[in-house]
Write a protein that binds this ligand. Structure first.
Ligand SMILES: NC(=O)c1ccc[n+]([C@@H]2O[C@H](COP(=O)([O-])OP(=O)(O)OC[C@H]3O[C@@H](n4cnc5c(N)ncnc54)[C@H](O)[C@@H]3O)[C@@H](O)[C@H]2O)c1
Length: 256
């Protein structure tokens, strides 16, 4: 399995899972273009990884803005001549039932989680078609399959991606392989934000959650990064249109 020398774009690449992907892919010898709306963090990550001898470039791109998405793809091709793979990972999370959402929340979650993925795929397809190959890995979630309490908007956005992955697989067969990753509970800033409403200290809460997960720990960004590197590689060449679960066995548990 190797992505050495491959040109890989990671969105949401400067925090949590995406940062884990950026670091891991760089260590595997990929040429990584990492992107997000975290300008300073992105520049610092680029500098740190370049100082360590890796080929990493940060490009600011808000995935809800088509001009910026197009520029991300175009600048990567200008810089490296091609794109072998992309991890479409940028995402946002909100909590609430349908009664609690306003248009702003809808636009944010659907804008980043759904439209952002549409736009990225739209601008990657012509590149992959011209190259005759390319891999798109989209981060969805176990939330696409489970009705988490007070997660209607987030769950709906992640389910939409499962359908998008299937359609991309059919419509662009032969030159684009598209696969989903469905992480479970991964220790990232997004998870910490989701724990903010609880009275318990974070460590105590995480220990309780870990105890409920069959492998007895939370997932780490590296767990997802290692799976993503495999899915991007030719060794995963027969995996397409489906979504791979990384949830420590949570979905094997009985519902009560
Ligand atoms: N942490 C988990 O437990 C978990 C579980 C399942 C799925 N996920 C999914 O994994 C992905 C990464 O989540 P994380 O936990 O690492 O979260 P995170 O908050 O640590 O990182 C999210 C990243 O997305 C970027 N981002 C947000 N809005 C953006 C926009 N408009 N344009 C470009 N970039 C934007 C942020 O800058 C950040 O780099 C998300 O899609 C999330 O839904 C996370």
């Amino acid at each position: 399995m190797s992505i050495e020398g491959h040109v890989i774009v990671v969105t949401g690449g400067t925090s949590g899972i995406g940062e884990g992907c950026t670091r891991h892919f760089a260590e595997l010898g990929a040429k990584v273009v990492t992107s997000s709306i975290q300008q300073e963090t992105g520049e610092a990550l680029e500098q740190e990884l370049r100082d360590a001898g890796h080929d990493v470039t940060f490009i600011y791109a808000d995935m809800t803005d088509e001009t910026q998405v197009a520029a991300l793809v175009e600048r990567t091709v200008d810089m490296h001549g091609r794109i072998d793979g992309a991890c479409s990972n940028a995402g946002v999370w909100v909590e609430g039932t349908v009664e609690e959402f306003d248009d702003e929340a809808w636009d944010l979650v659907m804008g980043v989680n759904v439209r952002g993925n549409f736009l990225f795929a739209k601008h990657l397809v012509p590149v992959f078609r011209e190259q005759g190959e390319g891999v798109l890995v989209i981060t969805t979630s176990t939330a696409a399959y489970v009705g988490f309490p007070a997660h209607a908007l987030y769950c709906a956005s992640k389910s939409a991606l499962v359908a998008l992955i299937r359609c991309l697989t059919k419509d662009h067969a032969g030159y684009m392989r598209c696969v989903g990753i469905c992480p479970g509970t991964i220790d990232t800033p997004m998870l910490a934000a989701s724990a903010e409403g609880f009275d318990q200290p974070l460590e105590e809460l995480y220990a309780e959650v870990a105890e409920k997960i069959p492998v007895k720990r939370l997932g780490q960004p590296e767990d997802v990064a290692r799976a993503a590197a495999f899915l991007l590689s030719d060794d995963a060449g027969f995996i397409a249109g489906s979504s791979v679960f990384l949830e420590g066995g949570t979905l094997a548990l009985p519902p009560w």
